[in-house]
Design a protein around this ligand. Sequence first.
Ligand code: E4P
Length: 216
Amino acid sequence: MRIFLDTANVEEIRKAARLVRISGVTTNPTLIAKENRKDAKAVIQEISSIIDGPISAEVLSLESDTMIEEARRISSWASNVVVKVPISASGLEAISALAGEGIKCNATLCFSLNQAILAASAGAAFVSPFVGRLDDVGQDGMALVEEIVAIYDYYRLSTEVIAASIRHPLHVSAAAKAGAHVATIPFSVLMQMIKHPLTDAGITRFIEDWRRSQEA
Ligand code: E4P
């Protein structure tokens, strides 16, 4: 499973990329707004200069024709930009048209297997089931990831599954077990994944034992 970072914070991306291979980045309008950045193009281009994998940037238009125009503009920002398009009737129309032009789309805000089937059928390069937001409303978000992976595998569909809306480390390991191609992870969760109390205790003990042996 590849690791994407789910953030528009450039410093977080730089830090994370020093630790492990960050294979891509997902952003959304909320994440860019959180960084107080007004110019989405500048943010995406900055991220693209750090990470060479797919960088998702989202359309805000609601109608298919304006979505397509916006997506064409967004995809021109950098060679590795993937356009995030919500799964709606307009979104699917846009994904189908954009796929025909060779523009990669990440079908976002996926909350059902049927939506994922349609996204693949429209030619989306990625589909993003939102695990945490489903959990929030009392549905099993990871079960959806498992179902999509199984059906895509069964029908040999090439759309890749990004486990999104990840809220804690257990989501990441569950996404890996479910066979998600990608988990897109907030920086804070990536940091939590590193920690284990036995690792900290082990490091301390090795240092203490070594010091003691030197003093003896
Ligand atoms: C994914 O592409 C989205 O940007 C993100 O995972 C949404 O996460 P949230 O539900 O925590 O806002």
